[in-house]
Design a binder for this molecule. Structure first.
Ligand code: ATP
Ligand code: MG
Length: 572
């Protein structure tokens, strides 16, 4: 591609609206332009990077036995009513009426559509397993679209769905997808980790998120320092607590005037936060519920929602708290409480702790579960902390930042049951398909790659997903001989299978160097007047390694180098 013919509107200044590096650089390097909130046009270089990612995704999905198809973006509301998600999905689902008054929506994901397709067209175990995927524009009316391609409302996703005859088959498909994902992100040249993710109310270990490690990531990954255990913060758990052997003491009410926070109460009573249990009121699907965790712990809302099978969970307001409990916030406790209580498993293992007394300016000492209150449910409902130990090996945790670029999930029969999608099994019985779903944020990968790979001058693209592999800079376009050599080299590079962006603009060298650094192509070749004496091409990687190539062999040598580098990245 010739730079002079390319739509590549680079910017000198940092755009004010961009808060994160990838957003800033994607705008500055002329890869994307915003149309409206969370909706972007992909300009030629932006699209080229996306296509590179797509190609890797396709190759690995196909290799793993999946087939590509393309489903409609407009979906009938009816299907979503069948699955039960019309009510549950919330406002990320953009709904509208067509001219006949039929409820419709723009696809944020395609479980309903694919389940419908398969139930209509696949009837026998002989046609299974089946693994189908597409690469398509999705629409989600995100509350806070931000960070450019990282969290758009319109974005490109690869979504795949598998159909198996039974659990064992579904688990085997899951394993294949896990491997395919590892290959995909490795081949993209990204530093990533697969982490255990929340499985909602389904449970088990069949949900993994693939996280690109970057300090700017929104997700927190809990990674064991000793073994391979890694989970996202919503899911990570410490080891099962052991119950102490303290004898229960007599319950005692103490005055704690104006002491509300854990710190204030502990300071006033002279106890450590581990001896206090706080009681928080939540509204779960419209109903109040109290959650109890140790004073130095925090409630993990995803875990709490799972225990309650709640779709919507939020903290209660102070007014709601006093209306439902009769006690002011800061003095809540489980004793005598009329709303259901969920206690963290750690609390269940404690004895003689302090809680609010359920009335203003008082706390209770020597509270004991079982004797003084009975929770409606208990389990792990707290976030792990730096003090926790790995449940697998007992070593400490690291807390890393990451960007979720992929998610695989065993769905089981939740959709096939809701939508009555069945096949005839070998034993002559009708059974529900056992499903899995597998997403990759294709456009987000480009942003994540930049978050992970950039410097003060611009993007530092990983070779496999760079929009072009090489920038060829002609620094003397007015010089006939240099230009003839540059044109020849351009042709030879293309003939050698190299993707090259040829800067043939009549611009100063400084500008060409700056733009090349900003765009971040992995290799830069330079031809200027010096070439007339040396007959050599000056080469430099975007990471700063310099070398020269004899003109006549430049294309071949570079092609070999690129191939070797791609090979090395794939086999990491
Ligand atoms: P998140 O927690 O970031 O909102 P999600 O759990 O909603 O993600 P999935 O429904 O699993 O995401 O979608 C599959 C993949 O699509 C994600 O792993 C992510 O890479 C990508 N993705 C999701 N939402 C967006 C978005 N708003 N913009 C860009 N990519 C997205
Ligand atoms: Mg989301």
């Amino acid at each position: 591609m010739r730079y002079s013919e390319l739509l590549l509107p680079t910017l000198k200044e940092d755009p004010a609206e961009a808060e994160v590096v990838s957003h800033r650089l994607l705008l500055r390097a002329g890869f994307i332009r915003k149309l409206t909130s969370g909706v972007y046009s992909y300009l030629p270089l932006g699209l080229a990077a996306i296509r590179k990612v797509e190609r890797i995704v396709r190759e690995e999905m196909n290799r793993a036995g999946a087939q590509e198809l393309l489903l409609p973006m407009v979906q009938p509301g009816e299907l979503w009513k069948e699955s039960g998600r019309w009510e549950k999905y919330g406002r990320e689902l953009l709904r509208f009426f067509d001219r006949h008054g039929r409820e419709s929506c723009l696809g944020p994901t395609h479980e309903e559509v694919i389940t419908d397709l398969v139930r209509m067209n696949v009837h026998s175990y002989r046609d299974l397993p089946l693994n189908l995927y597409q690469i398509q524009t999705k629409f989600r009316d995100e509350i806070r679209p931000r960070f450019g391609l990282m969290r758009g409302r319109e974005f490109i996703m690869k979504d795949g769905y598998s159909f198996d005859v039974d659990e064992a088959g579904a688990e085997e498909t899951y394993r294949k997808m896990f491997e395919a994902y590892q290959r995909i992100f490795t081949r993209c040249g990204l530093e990533f980790r697969a982490v255990e993710a929340d499985t909602g109310t389904i449970g088990g270990k069949f949900s993994h998120e693939f996280m690109v490690l970057a300090d700017t990531g929104e997700d927190v990954i809990v990674a064991c320092r000793g073994c391979g255990y890694a989970a996202n913060l919503e899911k990570a758990a410490g080891p099962e607590p052991e119950a102490g052997r303290e004898e229960p003491l007599a319950l005692e009410k103490v005055a704690t005037p104006g002491k509300k926070t854990v710190e204030e109460v502990c300071g006033f009573l002279g106890i450590r936060p581990e001896r206090l249990v706080k009681t928080m009121v939540y509204i779960a699907d419209g109903k109040p519920v109290a959650a109890m965790v140790r004073g130095d712990h925090e409630v993990q809302e995803v875990k709490l929602a799972n225990i309650l099978s709640a779709v919507e969970l939020r903290l209660a307001t102070d007014e709601e708290i006093s209306a439902h409990t009769g006690a002011p916030a800061g003095f809540l406790g489980p004793v005598g409480l009329s709303i259901p209580v969920v206690a963290d498993r750690e609390v269940m293992a404690m004895a003689n702790f302090v809680t609010g007394a359920g009335e203003a300016d008082a706390h209770l000492k020597n509270v004991n579960p079982g004797r003084d209150f009975s929770p409606a449910a208990s389990g792990d409902i707290r976030t792990v902390t730096a003090a926790d130990r790995c449940p697998e090996c007992g070593a400490g945790f690291d807390f890393l930042k990451g960007i979720e670029v992929g998610h695989i999930f065993k769905l089981g029969t939740s959709y096939s049951e809701a939508m009555n999608a069945r096949f005839l099994d070998r034993d002559g019985k009708e059974k529900h398909f056992v499903m899995g779903c597998y997403g990759i944020g294709v456009s987000r990968i480009v942003a994540a790659a930049i978050e992970q790979n950039h410097d003060g001058d611009g993007i530092v693209f990983p070779l496999p997903i760079a929009p072009f592999q090489v920038a060829l800079l002609n620094l003397a376009v007015k010089d006939g001989e240099v230009s003839r050599a540059a044109e020849k080299l351009y042709d030879e590079l293309i003939a050698a299978g190299i993707e090259v962006l040829y800067d043939d603009r009549d611009e100063r060298a400084g500008i060409k160097f700056k733009d090349a650094d900003l765009i971040g192509l992995p290799y830069r070749l330079v031809l200027g007047r010096k070439f007339l004496e040396t007959r050599e091409v000056e080469a430099r990687t975007r990471r700063g390694e310099e070398f020269t190539l004899p003109f006549e062999e430049a294309a071949q040598l570079l092609a070999a180098r690129i191939e070797a580098e791609l090979e090395a990245i794939s086999s990491r």
